[in-house]
Design a protein around this ligand. Sequence first.
Ligand SMILES: Nc1ncnc2c1ncn2[C@@H]1O[C@H](COP(=O)(O)OP(=O)(O)OP(=O)(O)O)[C@@H](O)[C@H]1O
Ligand SMILES: [Mg+2]
Length: 422
Amino acid sequence: MISYARQTQEEQPEASLPPVEEHIAPAPRVSVQAFCETVETAAAVQSAGEDRRLGKAHLKIQMGGMAAAIEAYRSAPTPNVIVLESDGRNDLLGGLDQLATVCDAGTRVVVIGRINDVMLYRELVRRGVSDYVLAPVGAIDVVRSICNLFSAPEAKAVGRIIAVVGAKGGVGASTISHNVAWAIARDLAMDAVVADLDLAFGTAGLDYNQDPPQGIADAVFSPDRVDTAFIDRLLSKCTDHLSLLAAPATLDRVYDFGTDAFDSVFDTLRSTMPCIVLDIPHQWSGWTKRALIGADDILIVAAPDLANLRNTKNLVDLLKASRPNDRPPLYCLNQVGVPKRPEIAAAEFAKAIESQPVVSIPFEPQIFGSAANNGQMIAEISANHKSIEMFLQIAQRLTGRSETKKQKSSLLSPLIEKLRGK
Ligand SMILES: Nc1ncnc2c1ncn2[C@@H]1O[C@H](COP(=O)(O)OP(=O)(O)OP(=O)(O)O)[C@@H](O)[C@H]1O
Ligand SMILES: [Mg+2]
């Protein structure tokens, strides 16, 4: 698909990140070979290859552009994707025609070029080029172009993974993840699932007042059986838009998982659910780290004390470094204002973390305690409690969506937009 309205480089910030509302789904296990002309593009493609969304793809980069590609595929089979840089000096269209004679069916071609011209776009489309990206490119442009080749346009909204983790144990990460998922389902009207990854002690079942006989353990202990239908049977429905993949919360087994134990569960959930909220226990292991790094967005929940500050800082630094083409993780403060307890102020957090907390949720033992013990969400206990607005704010920041209820547009609005455009 060729988009005619590319951003010009002047509009792009130095290391451009995708906008919040854009969701780039990870690419499947495909082979990609890039033939670059400039070191700048080669560097961008190289760092694209290190992006989490291309983690499964096999990427090979070489220099020499079109000529090198034609030469390479004279004898070798073509990969799933060929990325070609054209610096505009050579005959791009002639080269593509020549390449077509050696390309296997099913191979897709992405061109990175410098010429911004509709006639050229048309000729490229006619030759079956899948995407044309205007140079100079950043890593995220390459990631986007490759990933979009494999996600059907109608599946665009599918599969956003939101990971929630506590900076310390017991800070309220689970409570917040459950209430935020509730807001996503109720106020943003997105189908969401909460996956309780605290298999031994998870409370999602208690919090939503559900006691399903099956849940996430059935999937993670039999990865070979995991597919859409299998996972569907493990979900228990909490509300219209919200389902739960519950933890067993039993101790007869131990839960020492391998690093990629949850991969197939997450991949399957992604293929059917628009929003997946992971309630990640406070621990540092191969699989928790992988779940955090692989998520589309991250929320760290911290209580306002020194250990939480240090841990939040460490988590944010690590996640920023491992996800250079993503928004930095978000964090919020929780249990703020415990009587007589000395606290570190939100401003101190903001200085150390180099970003503001999304919200600071007050310590409210009465209402949070009742919710926990009754198996209810805060909104069910007190419809106007101030924390509800905060959960919604977190939901909006994480999904990039605004509230649907307040946005009701009239039937005529597309027409009105058009008229305005004129
Ligand atoms: N803002 C708040 N005010 C008062 N109590 C709260 C608040 N947030 C959470 N709690 C309570 O704190 C306790 C711990 O919460 P929760 O289980 O969500 O924490 P967690 O970070 O997931 O803990 P764990 O490390 O065990 O996973 C619960 O009893 C919950 O009701
Ligand atoms: Mg928890």
